[in-house]
Design a protein around this ligand. Structure first.
Ligand code: ZN
Length: 184
């Protein structure tokens, strides 16, 4: 019963925020394609974007209520997938940033030949520490986000004006405040 309610909530959000389920899916796919062109010079291989209920989400901080989105690499004959939970599609702007985050995972997974920098400003380490005031879960989050990932995210943030804290974590840099779920 709870599961049905969650699906209903998802459909409601797609209709309220995006117009309809079809329109939400179409716009999210279009946004992913446009990120591929603008942020990655069109080099990323195919990736499917799906809006999913929470029980299909997992991440370095575990699955369930705290997970907002996740990336699944291609497997056998299945293309790579980006799963977006309800908290991600509550606004188009949030979906835009979190799609970019998941596409950086896709880029890291699929484009391995570029000689990218692994360095990024030290402020990013400070910011990440602030997200985990009790030190809990920090190493789990960090193990899923390499220095190469952080360096690329920083570059994307600077070059394309995407707010870095939102791009990295799905949350604003201020400690406390809203907790819309973690991006992984
Ligand atoms: Zn991530």
């Amino acid at each position: 019963m709870e599961d049905e309610e969650e699906i209903e909530g998802l459909l409601q959000t797609m209709s309220d925020v995006w117009g309809s389920e079809e329109q939400a899916n179409a716009e999210l796919r279009k946004q992913a394609a446009s990120h591929n062109t603008n942020l990655f010079s069109g080099k990323l291989p195919q990736v499917d974007v799906c809006v999913v209920p929470r029980w299909m989400l997992s991440g370095p901080l575990g699955s369930g209520s705290d997970a907002a989105a996740s990336y699944n690499p291609a497997y056998e004959n299945r293309a790579a997938q980006i799963f977006l939970g309800q908290s991600v599609i509550l606004s188009k702007e949030r979906a835009r940033l979190i799609l970019a985050h998941e596409l950086i995972h896709h880029w890291e997974q699929t484009i391995s030949t570029e000689s990218d920098s692994n360095s990024y400003p030290a402020e990013i380490d400070t910011m990440i520490k602030q997200w985990f005031p009790e030190n809990k879960n920090e190493s789990r989050w960090r193990s899923a986000h390499s220095h190469r990932f952080l360096a690329r995210a920083h570059l994307v943030s600077v070059e394309h004006g995407l707010e870095l804290s939102l791009l990295l974590s799905g949350r604003k840099s201020s400690v406390g405040g809203e907790r819309p779920g973690w991006v992984s």
